[in-house]
Design a protein. Sequence first.
Length: 307
Amino acid sequence: MKQDNINYLAVGLFVLAMFAVVMVVLYRLTGHSAESDVYYAMFSNVTGIRQGTTVTYGGFRIGRVADIRPQRRDGATYYRMEIRVRQGWDIPADSVIHVVQPGLLSEYQVDIIEGSSQNLLKPGATIHSEEAVTMIALLHDITEQIKPLIARANKTLTTVGGDLDKKLPHITDSLTRLLDQLNTNAEHLSKLTGGKNQARIERIISNTDKMTHNLAGLSNELATTRQQLNTLLRNSNRLVDENGGDIRHSVVELRNAIGTLSQSIDSIVYNMDAASRNMNEFTRQLRDNPGVLLHSSPPADKAQVEP
């Protein structure tokens, strides 16, 4: 019996020791230890936050929420949050603390966004806070913004559906007539391109190809002719440039000859007119008396004729 009591006592002591160890471990894990620094933050809404909520620094766990106390300030209720972080953890003075929800189904956390200031906050200081933007609030805002769009889309679809119901028979009839017309045109096209017409179309295409080749050859010939004309023009220009003095001298001589001829043209015309009259008179005499040409007498001496 005595041995059983000793065994029970040993088991009880072992259980108490393990319980003490578990309590110490839990105390260490939850941050309830003397090796922590206290900071404060003010929030107007602490939805989802309670004592023991995890405190992170850029996503890395550094402490927990120790206490939350409501306070009245400027006619509104604020909540003074006491947080405990690892002792000696440096927090820049311009750091910001806010409530986050990593996932849609995750628990809320308090996260500290590191600042860039070289000055560090001292334990007991108040960290600048920003109000939480939760997934539920974002979804609610998005829903409120989408509601008018959905209402307008519903109204538009209703209007379009009504118009479509009214116009659908006419659209169907128009499509039917269009399909009939397309079928008729397809039959005509088949008749046009079938039988003997197919051979004609092939000949037309062949002739068109030949004409295209001929036009290509003609284009090449025209290009060659153009090159020859350009060469001829260049040669002519070079010839004119080389013989410019002789050409100018010839032009001057020709101008002088034309001037001389224009001065003598009156007398030349007069003599030609007189010769023409004499020829006409001689021709008249020949017609009247052809013998004049054979029995003509020399003209009388002017000295004898004169008294």
